[in-house]
Ligand binder design. Structure first.
Ligand code: RIB
Length: 355
């Protein structure tokens, strides 16, 4: 291409990497030669020269879950402007698959990694970071280890979902949750139990858990049979994410159970489809786009700073109330919960009317 343009390899390289230092007519001649020959730069060669691949690896739990897609969009919005390309992988909640992707991404010499880890033990990621791959945890607390992270207060989120149902007068609440080995599921359960205690109720009496192997639509639908078999009957269900809630909604419809008339329903994440369901789904909104954008910003800080101090950014969830939880009843336990919550956290109720 350089020969066709009649310039040196150095000038052709400058047109690709620092076009501002090449005179206009020369730059245009090289660009015409690129167009004419269909030249595409070799990333491997580029990375050897500058030691950077301008790629960032992203490993998520389940790419079929729109929660993660929205998070990736947030990260991409920040990284794209800096010339980075994302290599996005789904661990599908498999430790072995996660490890395979981490090895492959390191071999591709990614410049950084964003990950929602399956593995509880984060020492491997700390070692990866120490080998020169800046790593930021997405939606996972580092537990005191030397990694940057962005998280949402899932204990608060679980408490908001269960507290909302208690305020509506429900006393027998089903909770469709994933394995407690998934930190998000464990924290949401902790929050739901806190809401019952704040309402002066025993969680063991009123919070009826149904554990599913993975947070998918099918597992939500399969959980309905067990939910409907509970005695005394349940009048409300909260789900660990919106995919489960969609499956529960589908299963209840198949069983002729009306939402919210016979059963109130709350999801978690407030993904795009939540407001489009019939009835529109009440859900605990996570700031998905902001989580991804914030993680990417932390990654760029770590990659560019010599002496970097790891940071953990924490976001607050908010309850989005829509038709799937019906109208409010004023009950003694509901007002006890409201008073306890107000006393514990002097902030907004965390509830917004759903759009
Ligand atoms: O992957 C399971 C869940 O954890 C997602 O739906 C989202 O809620 C994340 O926090």
């Amino acid at each position: 291409m350089a020969r066709i343009a009649g310039v040196s390899l150095g000038t052709a390289s400058n047109v690709l990497n620092n076009p501002e230092v090449v005179a206009g007519p020369t730059r245009r001649r090289v660009q015409e030669a690129i167009a004419k020959t269909g030249f595409v730069r070799s990333t491997a060669a580029h990375q050897l020269r500058v030691g950077r691949s301008l790629t960032v690896g992203v490993v998520l739990l389940d790419l079929a879950n729109p929660f993660f897609g929205e998070m990736v969009r947030g990260a991409e919005g920040v990284l794209r402007d800096k010339g980075y390309v994302l290599m996005v992988c789904s661990s599908d909640e498999s430790v072995d698959q996660e490890r395979r992707y981490l090895r492959a991404l390191e071999e591709h010499r990614v410049d950084g990694l964003l990950i929602t880890p399956v593995e509880r033990d984060l020492k491997g990621l700390v070692a990866l970071s120490a080998r020169g791959v800046p790593t930021v945890l997405l939606d996972r607390d580092p537990g005191g280890l030397g990694l940057c992270s962005v998280t949402v207060d899932d204990v608060r989120g679980g408490e908001l979902a269960a507290g909302h149902l208690l305020e509506l007068g429900h006393r027998r609440v089903g909770f469709v949750n994933g394995p407690l080995s998934i930190r998000q599921c464990a924290d949401r359960r902790t929050g739901a139990k806190r809401a019952f205690r704040w309402a002066g109720l025993r969680p063991e009496d009123g919070l009826v858990e149904v554990t599913v192997p993975a947070l998918t639509v099918d597992h939500g639908e399969e959980a309905v049979r067990e939910l409907l078999a509970k005695k005394p009957r349940l009048t409300a269900v909260m789900c660990a994410n919106d995919l489960l809630a969609l499956g529960v909604l589908r299963g209840l419809a198949g069983a002729g159970v009306a939402v919210p008339g016979d059963m109130a329903l709350v999801g978690y994440d407030d993904v795009a489809f939540a407001s489009m369901l019939s009835p529109p789904l009440s859900s605990v909104r996570q700031p998905k786009y902001e989580l991804g954008a914030s993680a990417a910003t932390l990654l760029l800080e770590e990659a560019s700073e010599g002496a970097h101090e790891h940071r953990s950014v924490r976001f607050e969830p908010e309850l989005v109330v829509r038709a799937s939880t019906g109208s409010a009843l004023r009950t003694v336990a509901g007002s006890r919960y409201r008073k306890a919550r107000a006393g514990a956290r002097p902030q907004s109720t965390g509830a917004v009317e759903g759009t």
